[in-house]
Design a protein around this ligand. Sequence first.
Ligand code: HEC
Length: 281
Amino acid sequence: MKQTIIMKLLAGVAGLGIALGAVSAHASPEKDRQELIKYYTDKYPDIKVEDYVYGALAFDADSKAQYEAIMEFPPYDSEIDKGRKMWETPFKNGKTYANCLPNGGQHIAGNYPLFDEAKGKVVTLHDAINDCRTANGEAAYKVNDMKTMGLLTAYMRTLSDGMMMNIKVETPKAMAAYEDGKKTFFSRKGQLNFACASCHVQNAGLRLRSELISPAVGHAVHWPVFRGGDTLVTLQQRYQGCFKQVRAVPPPQGGTTMNNLEYFHSALSNGLPLKASVFRK
Ligand code: HEC
């Protein structure tokens, strides 16, 4: 990363206290979400909150037009089809995912991650799929394996397209997990000493090298994505990439830190519609 860019970003980060202060400790998740939206909309009054689901594309009409053209005939349709076949293939005991996930697996992705009181922890949709597999005598998939969990969810999540994100944080334990995720989001880390918020709050809408930076609200609704045409990337895979950008060692995918981060980060998109398997640069 060029020195000038780092300086420019750090200059922006000086103001991060404002955004951090706005998202105050132990505020309700809804209040956090509203305060972040206010932060973005005060800065960019012309961009509609509904358009945050397009991420950085919301800030660049040309890229958004390209995205729409690609989305008419996504070049990765055959990959999603592999996921459909995985979804439809019965387990050895004859049961299917649809038999064991709530509502047959339809219109449920927006409820995840959820806080499972009995387990005392956050359960992601990947975890729910693995619970379904193990309950039916199948081995769990590795959550960071794009050829199994990635492809399966590239199809499975499309069954929830149009559902509104609906993350619930209702009990003290759930709140503690949410707060832990929030702490990860706002903590500076890595050799560059950046927090997720340094880029996706403070510098949202600005350019880092050739890339426009997206706002955190709207981030969680469209996973997995296909980058550059056919490279499947899940949400936690993307988190890992961002940790590496600041030269921090990423926490393991599927571990408590990542799952709590996904819980907090997903709640920021509450009320926005899901659309899985979209194109990204
Ligand atoms: C140094 C700046 C920087 C930091 C710090 C950073 N990111 Fe990113 N992030 C980017 C850039 C650049 C992109 C690609 C452009 C875009 O979509 O915003 C990106 C993309 C993303 C995306 C995909 C957006 C989409 O619609 O495809 C997510 C999700 C994300 N980051 C989450 C995080 C999280 C969570 C953290 C903290 C662990 C984080 N980022 C830290 C710069 C950063």
